[in-house]
Design a protein around this ligand. Sequence first.
Ligand code: GSH
Length: 212
Amino acid sequence: MAVSPRLRNTLTLFSARDCVLCHRVRLVLAAKGVQYDLVAVDPTQPPEDLIDLNPYHSVPTLVERELVLYSASVVTEYLDERYPHPPLMPIDPLSRARLRLAMLRLEHEWVPHVQAAQQASTKAQAEAARKQLRDLALAALPLFKASKFFLNPEMSLADCAMAPIIWRLPALGVVLPKEAKPIEDYGQRIFRNPGFVRSLTAEEKNLRELPV
Ligand SMILES: N[C@@H](CCC(=O)N[C@@H](CS)C(=O)NCC(=O)O)C(=O)O
């Protein structure tokens, strides 16, 4: 199924307006300076195009001519290989494996609590998700102190997965103690990047102030 002929670029991204996994893909595209058409989707009401293209009807979904990719990790690894500059993965296998594992843990351990906090229908559900995120952030504090970017001296795909979560913490009501300043400092380093600013939807821009 072809996406609408009105779309002008080779790449089309089906993306929600406020979603950490879609933001992760948009951040990779922005870091690489790649042009694409964005189709804004309400994930609870996927459009016909998306239903035809992706058996899970989920976003992010990337379309490039006949190629249709879904799952944020599959999409971002593809983009890093397809558009190699700047590289967003280290070259040695050990560091690559460590970053892949870190991204897997983010997806399995952090993202469900972000989504739960965003979708909570009771105060108790929201508070439980906020507590989980606070605990995860504090447990990861030594990693934020250890290097300029997440587990790596250079910005990588792992930062593209982590920064969208850190960006949302205040809007989700997650208040970190003073000792967590290295996490805020890490966020500010990435938020200052013009690519990060370009990656944001209008809804995501409203979640917090950009650094001056
Ligand atoms: N494993 C998928 C999950 C994506 C996901 O949970 N997307 C949400 C929006 S943030 C969604 O599309 N939900 C609707 C659905 O899965 O049917 C990925 O990594 O991309």
